[in-house]
Design a protein around this ligand. Structure first.
Ligand SMILES: NC(=O)c1ccc[n+]([C@@H]2O[C@H](COP(=O)([O-])OP(=O)(O)OC[C@H]3O[C@@H](n4cnc5c(N)ncnc54)[C@H](O)[C@@H]3O)[C@@H](O)[C@H]2O)c1
Length: 383
């Protein structure tokens, strides 16, 4: 019997978690000791969602102190937005698995977990379909001036759109036969490609970690970044945030783009140099942008993007849908089931697979490494 603590919140409620875990575990559910606790987000000292790291974690809500108090000796911690800092891990010497319902568990201090021999898992592509829908939605809204025309009509100006752009610098473009360039060809990028092919677009992909055959399997031609920005009518950013992808699109790339090109970013704000984007939009180096994510969130009232006429903006809502919550829980529950059954993890779901490997230094046991070493032996070959 394993002790499992599930931290619920207003998105992923106890009711949803319990059902998802029961469905995935079947008879195994009853033989475990499950505890559920609601994440308090208004507690004093609670971390508000922040794009800057706080105590080794980002994009977290809630107070790590609450979890330190409540974790006790759980072997498995199931989370969503809760901040899992090194202090939380040190409060529970029995902790072996942190299973996050997020695609990228940036609210977990993964480095600290790895040092302690704790496996951290995420949910691959849990929000890929809604983010891809939203990407195409932002693109259509911007290219066809939908949001602007909506605002004009609501303000009493019915003919502001002037019939599909005759008076606009860039006429409304059709989607068919255009080229879309997808930067980051993972779960979301591939879903964007699928939708773009439905519009009969040509798809280019830039992603150093996939090969040509993988791109081709999903209907895309693998190219380098320069070719992508030069040849695309629409550029969609769908990479993961990392030091390598920081400001991947900046002044140089905007200068290389077609003046009629549109950029959509539904991934993470830091991947675009926002200042350079504002300049490119102000100087009409590109036609427009659809943006869901920003370098600093929430967006400040004086952000220059809010003054521009050639942008369509949404408040980091691309991942939401009627199925997002259930899919996130089902994927996480599947991971917990694999752990409990001693099965191999699905490739990619473990974000720190080195915990499943052994090195010579793992056999040097001194008190502070004992937990780390024992954990690795138990996980050997499972990631
Ligand atoms: N806006 C939202 O609400 C929302 C919701 C969910 C996910 N997202 C974001 O969408 C993005 C894509 O998510 P995903 O599930 O497809 O992730 P993923 O991990 O499946 O795919 C990311 C891809 O980026 C690629 N990549 C890594 N380094 C790169 C580089 N230097 N240049 C180009 N590509 C690089 C990887 O090889 C991978 O194929 C992530 O940034 C994620 O945080 C946003």
């Amino acid at each position: 019997m394993k002790k499992i603590l599930v931290i619920t919140d207003s998105y992923l409620t106890r009711q949803l978690w319990e059902k998802g875990l029961r469905d995935a575990l079947g008879n195994l559910y009853g033989s475990q000791e499950f505890r559920y606790t609601e994440l308090r987000t208004d507690a004093p000292g609670s971390m508000k969602w922040s794009t800057e790291p706080v105590k080794g974690v980002r994009e977290a809500t809630g107070d790590p102190g609450q979890i330190e108090k409540e974790i006790e000796d759980a072997e498995i911690l199931v989370i969503h937005f809760a901040p899992i800092t090194a202090d939380v891990m040190d409060a529970d010497k029995n902790l072996r698995l942190i299973s996050s319902a997020r695609g990228g568990p940036v609210n977990v201090d993964v480095e600290a977990a790895t040092k302690r021999g704790i496996i951290v898992t995420g949910t691959i592509g849990r929000l890929a379909p809604p983010v891809a829908d939203h990407t195409i939605g932002l693109l259509l809204a911007e290219v066809r001036h939908i949001a602007r025309d909506h605002a004009a009509v609501m303000n009493g100006s019915f003919f502001s759109g002037q019939f599909l752009g005759r008076t606009r610098r860039i006429p409304v473009q059709e989607m068919e036969d255009k080229t879309i360039g997808i930067v980051g060809f993972g779960q979301v990028g591939r879903e964007v490609a699928k939708r773009a092919r439905g519009f009969d677009m040509k798809v280019l992909a830039f992603d150093p970690y996939i090969d040509e055959a993988t791109a081709a399997k999903h209907g895309a031609a693998k190219v380098d970044l320069d070719t992508l920005v030069r040849e695309s009518d629409f550029v969609s950013i769908n990479a993961r945030e990392s030091p390598e992808t920081f400001h991947l699109l900046g002044e140089k790339q905007f200068a290389m783009m077609k003046r009629t090109a549109y950029v959509v970013n539904t991934s993470r704000g830091s991947i675009i140099d926002e200042k350079a984007l504002v300049k490119a939009l102000q100087n009409n180096l590109i036609a427009g942008a659809g943006i869901d994510v920003f370098e600093e969130e929430p967006l400040k009232k004086d952000n220059p993007l809010l003054k521009l006429k050639n942008v369509t903006i949404t408040p980091h809502t691309a991942g939401g849908s009627d199925r997002s919550s259930l899919r996130s829980i089902a994927l996480t529950a599947g991971t917990v089931a694999r752990y409990l059954k001693g099965e191999k993890f699905v490739p990619g779901e473990v974000v720190n697979p080195s915990v499943c490997r052994l090195s010579e230094s793992d056999f040097r046991i001194w008190p502070f490494r004992r937990r780390h070493w024992r954990g690795r032996l138990g996980f050997y070959g499972r990631c």
